[in-house]
Design a protein around this ligand. Structure first.
Ligand SMILES: Nc1ncnc2c1ncn2[C@@H]1O[C@H](COP(=O)(O)OP(=O)(O)OP(=O)(O)O)[C@@H](O)[C@H]1O
Ligand SMILES: [Mg+2]
Length: 473
């Protein structure tokens, strides 16, 4: 399956559901209380994060998609903290505020990255369901996907009315379900129960075929278009009528905290579908995103650059011939991982041993090597008519095949200065028998603190000599 990065900026999503505040009290523990056999935590940091449906909206905004959120809160400091964080993240939040009810707060006491205790402050919401339905109906204007993020806290009272309002406008509805009565999600486009939630409704599944059969049965019974069962470290399974099931193994490189993984799944899925991705691609992106988020502590989001890098890794397009935009992402990622970028440029018309040696030497100066190649018109201007022998695509393909070369990009000017200004390498290298000050772009690189190096030439190997040799024969 081919994956690419969707245009999330054109993918407005509305999330409706149980918003809550995830609050963390962080502090050191150095003694046991004299009052009882419990650790004493000296709290030195308080951290608030939007949780539940608000975390879903946050994930959508972090991907760069316009996110709006409707839900219910109290009229208290937690509601203010929630609204402030959402506003700061660019989420348009529309809360029904109930004066004498507390905003749901999940307070976790953390010490040395361990959760010592969680305290929940909540009461079932006395949501005005009609007011919420009317508000959602108005907020659906211009939205491409509706997400119901149901934690069973009472914000969602009349699921059917919300589903109908969206379907009337031809807007897909995705629901992260809760509880044992899935009939409330009838007519949704897709629901995303985890395996436990799924089996709680359809019964235990002894094997894959039973899971598929029961899933397709549920799709029929609830008039859904699809069902996505998330399966923790086993990844996820997409089911659709009259189509083979699509199972995707988990993609995590490291697992720190699975809290909120389900939120990341449904938010990435919603944003990808809103951006026009087909369902299998949207599910694959959601699985990639979940694989990244479980590698982070606490309820977290993933950003668009993080997802883009994962897509590039998935597509194996993290090395080789690149367009400038791809290269910039790859360089940014490498820098984010503390890698030093080496840059060199040339025509590389007929590759010879001299090239290979100096590229290996160049690569050894840092962690990643960018090779910028003059395009054909630029080579002709520099080397005269009849050059290049090999077209730029071929020259780049050969370079990309070298172990020393990470990224290859072409440029059309006579010099790589525009590219240098964009890429800002840590080290600019040229092979030749001239001084650093004669290296084109040296001034530019040194101006921002980069290094410029000239590597010695390997004797008796130059493209021009090879061409002459061929001509002379
Ligand atoms: N331990 C893990 N290792 C690798 N990937 C994981 C792990 N746990 C979760 N994931 C990823 O996250 C996705 C969703 O996880 P899960 O099935 O646990 O959802 P969930 O129970 O709804 O999560 P939540 O606790 O947020 O509600 C999985 O499909 C998988 O891609
Ligand atoms: Mg879940």
């Amino acid at each position: 399956m081919k994956l690419s990065m969707p245009r999330f900026d054109q993918a407005p999503v509305l999330v409706v559901g149980d918003v809550m505040l995830d609050r963390y009290w962080h502090g050191g523990t150095s003694r046991i209380s004299p009052e009882a056999p419990v650790p004493v935590v000296r709290v030195d940091q308080v951290e608030d994060r939007p949780g539940g449906a608000a975390n879903v909206a946050l994930n959508i905004a972090a991907l760069g998609a316009p996110a709006s959120l409707a839900g219910v809160t109290g009229e208290d400091e937690a509601a203010v903290s929630l609204a402030d964080s959402l506003h700061a993240a660019g989420v348009a939040a529309h809360f029904q505020r109930i004066a004498d009810q507390p905003t749901i707060v999940k307070l976790r006491v953390m010490s040395r990255h361990q959760q010592l205790l969680r305290m929940d402050f909540e009461e079932p919401f006395r949501t005005d369901a009609d007011a919420l339905a009317a508000q959602v109906d108005a907020l659906l204007e211009g939205v491409k996907v509706l997400v119901l993020s149901d934690y069973g806290k009472g914000a969602l009272k009349n699921h059917q009315a919300l589903i109908a309002a969206a379907r009337r406008r031809g807007i897909p509805v995705l629901a992260d379900p809760k509880g044992k009565d899935f009939a409330i999600y009838r007519g949704a486009t897709l629901i995303t129960p985890n395996l436990a939630e799924f089996e709680a409704v359809v019964g235990a599944c002894a094997d894959e075929s039973e899971l598929v059969a029961k899933g397709l049965g549920l799709i029929g019974a609830l008039e859904l278009e699809a069902l996505l069962v998330t399966r923790g470290e086993h990844g996820m399974t997409l089911l659709r009528p009259n189509l083979p099931e699509l199972h995707l193994p988990a993609r995590a490189r490291e697992v720190f905290d699975v809290t909120g993984a389900g939120d990341t799944v449904i938010s990435t899925l919603a944003a990808a579908i809103a951006a026009g991705e087909a369902l299998p691609q949207a599910v694959a992106l959601a699985n990639l995103a979940a694989g990244i988020v479980v590698g982070k502590l606490g309820t977290a989001c993933i950003s668009a650059p993080e997802l883009r890098r994962a897509v590039q890794r998935e597509e194996g397009s993290e090395r080789g011939v690149m367009a400038l935009e791809q290269l910039q992402t790859a360089v940014e990622d490498a820098r984010a991982h503390g890698e030093r970028i080496v840059f060199t440029n040339g025509c590389f018309d007929i590759l010879h041993a001299g090239h290979v040696t100096y590229l290996e030497q160049a690569r050894a100066l840092g962690d990643r090597l960018v090779v910028a190649v003059n395009d054909d018109a630029s080579v002709s201007r520099l080397k005269g008519p009849g050059r290049p022998i090999n077209a730029v695509e071929r020259r780049m393909a050969v370079l990309a095949g070298l172990g020393a070369v990470d990224w290859v990009v072409s440029f059309s000017e006579d010099t790589p200065e525009r590219l240098l200004a964009e890429v800002r390498p840590d080290i600019l290298v040229k092979g030749g028998d001239y001084g650093v000050e004669q290296v084109v772009g040296a001034e530019l690189v040194q101006a921002y603190g980069g290094e410029v190096k000239v590597l010695g030439l390997v004797e008796n190997s130059s493209t021009t000599a090879i061409v002459e040799k061929i001509r002379s024969r």
